[in-house]
Design a protein around this ligand. Structure first.
Ligand code: GLA
Length: 512
C-alpha cells in the first residue's frame, strides 16, 4: 500500500514537472511590421532548455537565428505571411502558427516590457538598463513575452541655469494647457551641453555608451525603448525634442531604438489652446518622423488622456496612449485607473491600446517613496495585473528586478493570465454589471470564442456573490476555469458562487 502511494507520488511529481518542462509557445499569434522596414521578433517559449526550434514557410527577406530564437528582416510587400513554428525538448513539443502581418500596423497585441521610471527614476544609468535586461533573461521573463526595456527620463542633459530655455518659459503666456517641468537645479550631475554643433542630442554622462548598451540588449533578444518630450524640456527638466523632431527620430533609429515614449511636459507653452488640433500637433510631427525611419519604432503617447486621446491617438501613427496621470502603488490610484477605462473598450483594437500606465507590481519605490517595496498588498497586485490584462493594456513592469521575489515572479509568469492580455482579437473588457454589494463584473471576448471574466471586489471587506452567466448575456452551459490557479472550477455550469477578498478578483474563463 505504502509502496503504491510512493509510486503514485513519483508519477504525479514527474507528470507535474513534465508539464513545466514541456515547451510552450506563449502568445504566438500575429506580429505587425511596416512594409519595407526592419523588424525583429523573439519567439516567446517557456520550457526546459535546450530547445530545438524549427520554422517552416519563412518568407523571403526574413531570417531566423535558431540559437537566439529571433526572427528578423523585412517584408517588401503588404500581406500576411504564416510561419509554422515547432519547438521540442526532451519532455515534449509544441507548435503554433505565427502570422507576420506586413502593412502599416505595429503592436498587434499590447506591448510588453519593463520601464525604468518606477525602479531607478531620476537616477537611471545605462548599466541599470543592461543589468535589468540580464535579470529579465535570468528570470525567463522573455519566455512569456516581456520583450521591451524602456529607458525613461532623464537620459539627456539638463541645460545650465543660465541657458535661455529657462527664461523663455517665464516669458511665455499661460495658455491653460497642461504645462509642467522640473529644474533648473534638480539634477545637478546631469547638467551639460544638450546638443552638438549639428544639433544631435547628447546623452548625459550616465548614458555615454548608449549605442553599445542598445546593441548588448538586442543581443540578449530584447527590444529597447527611449523617452522624450515634444517640448524643449522633459518632465524631469532635461532636453526634449522641440524643433529637432526629425533629427531625433533619425538618432533613435540609428541608435537602434524600437520604441519611443513621447511625453507632453513643457510643450504646454506652445499649444495655443486645448483644441484637438493643438493637442495632436506634436504627436503628428513625431509620428511622421518615426514612420519615415528604416526600422519599426512603436510610438507611445504620454499626454495623460488630454482631449480624449483614445479617440484620435491612432491618427498620429501612435499605437498606445496614456489614458490618465501617473499611477501610484495605492489602491485608490489603481482603482480609479481601471474605472476610467470602464466604458472605453470601443477604442481598443489590434495596434490601438489604452495605456493606464506602468504596472505597480513588485519593488516600485523609486518615484513613490516606497523604497524597494510596494504599498499594494499581494491581493491588490493580483487584481492590478488581472485588470491590465482584461483591459488589453500595455504591460510595462515597474519593479526594480534586483529585488525580485517569488510572488512578483509568479504574477509575471502566469501564461494563462498573460494570454488574456495578448489575445489576438485585441478587444478590451468593460464594466458589464455591478452587484448591489459593489462587486463588479468585467468581461472580455476572446479570439475564437470564449470570454474572460473578472469579478472584482472594490470593498474593504470580503464579499460573496452568485453570478448567473446570463448577467453577461451567456445563456448556455460553460466550462469554467480559474486562471490564476490554472484549475477547472467546473463544466456544464450556468452560474458560480464565490467569495471575493477585499480589493481582490476572481479571474475566470468561460468556454462552451
Ligand atoms: C511623466 C510621465 C511618467 C514619467 C515621467 C518622467 O510624469 O507620466 O511616466 O515618464 O514623466 O519624468
Amino acid at each position: 500500500m505504502k509502496y503504491n502511494l510512493l509510486l503514485f507520488f513519483t508519477f504525479w511529481i514527474n507528470v507535474s514537472l513534465a508539464q513545466v518542462d514541456k515547451p510552450q509557445l506563449n502568445n504566438v499569434t500575429f506580429f505587425g511590421t511596416r512594409t519595407g522596414k526592419d523588424f525583429f521578433y523573439q519567439i516567446p517559449v517557456s520550457g526546459k532548455r535546450p530547445l530545438k526550434i524549427q520554422l517552416q514557410h519563412l518568407p523571403a527577406g526574413v531570417s531566423f537565428d535558431a540559437e537566439k530564437g529571433i526572427i528578423s528582416g523585412k517584408l517588401e510587400k503588404d500581406g500576411q505571411y504564416k510561419i509554422k513554428i515547432n519547438v521540442a525538448n526532451k519532455s515534449g513539443n509544441d507548435s503554433r502558427d505565427l502570422t507576420l502581418v506586413a502593412g502599416d500596423k505595429l503592436a498587434l497585441t499590447p506591448p510588453m516590457g519593463w520601464s525604468s521610471w518606477y525602479s531607478y527614476g531620476r537616477k537611471v544609468k545605462e548599466e541599470d538598463i543592461l543589468r535589468t535586461a540580464k535579470l529579465m533573461k535570468q528570470y525567463g521573463l522573455d519566455q512569456y513575452g516581456w520583450s521591451i526595456l524602456e529607458i525613461d527620463d532623464p537620459w539627456t542633459n539638463q541645460p545650465g541655469e543660465k541657458d535661455p530655455v529657462w527664461s523663455a518659459f517665464k516669458d511665455k503666456p499661460d495658455n491653460k494647457v497642461y504645462e509642467y517641468h522640473e529644474g533648473p537645479g534638480n539634477l545637478t550631475d546631469r547638467v551639460g551641453l544638450t546638443r552638438d554643433q549639428d544639433g544631435t542630442i547628447i546623452p548625459n554622462q550616465y548614458f555615454k555608451n548608449i549605442g553599445q548598451t542598445v546593441k548588448d540588449i538586442h543581443n540578449l533578444g530584447f527590444k529597447v525603448g527611449i523617452y522624450s518630450s515634444p517640448g524643449p524640456l522633459t518632465c524631469g527638466g532635461v532636453a526634449g525634442s522641440y524643433q529637432h523632431e526629425q533629427q531625433d527620430a533619425e538618432y533613435f533609429a540609428k541608435t537602434g531604438f524600437d520604441y519611443l515614449k513621447y511625453d507632453w511636459c513643457s510643450y504646454g507653452i506652445f499649444a495655443k489652446d486645448n483644441s484637438i488640433t493643438e493637442l495632436k500637433k506634436p504627436y503628428e510631427l513625431m509620428g511622421k518622423a518615426l514612420k519615415s525611419q528604416p526600422r519599426d519604432i512603436i510610438f507611445s503617447l504620454c499626454q495623460y488622456g488630454m482631449g480624449d486621446v483614445w479617440k484620435w491617438g491612432f491618427e498620429t501613427d501612435g499605437q498606445l496612449w496614456r489614458t490618465g496621470g501617473d499611477v501610484r502603488d495605492n489602491w485608490k490610484s489603481i482603482y480609479s485607473a481601471f474605472k476610467l477605462l470602464a466604458d472605453k473598450s470601443a477604442y481598443v483594437k489590434p495596434g490601438r491600446w489604452n495605456d493606464p500606465d506602468i504596472l505597480q507590481i513588485g519593488a516600485v519605490g523609486a518615484e513613490s517613496r516606497s523604497g524597494n517595496s510596494n504599498h499594494l498588498n499581494n491581493q491588490e497586485q493580483t487584481t492590478l495585473m488581472s485588470m491590465w490584462c482584461l483591459l488589453s493594456s500595455p504591460l510595462l513592469i515597474g519593479a526594480n528586478l534586483e529585488h525580485m521575489d517569488p510572488f512578483t515572479l509568479s504574477l509575471l509568469t502566469n501564461n494563462e493570465v498573460i494570454a488574456i492580455n495578448q489575445d489576438a482579437l485585441g478587444k478590451a473588457a468593460n464594466l458589464k454589471y455591478t452587484f448591489p454589494n459593489q462587486v463588479e463584473i468585467w468581461s472580455k471576448d476572446l479570439y475564437g470564442g470564449g470570454v474572460t471574466v473578472g469579478l472584482l471586489n472594490p470593498a474593504d471587506q470580503e464579499k460573496e456573490i452568485k453570478f448567473p452567466f446570463t448577467l453577461i448575456g451567456k445563456k448556455g452551459r460553460y466550462q469554467v476555469r480559474d486562471l490564476w490557479k490554472k484549475k477547472m472550477i467546473g463544466t456544464g455550469l450556468k452560474e458560480i458562487q464565490a467569495k471575493i477578498p477585499p480589493h481582490g478578483i476572481l479571474l475566470i474563463s468561460l468556454k462552451e
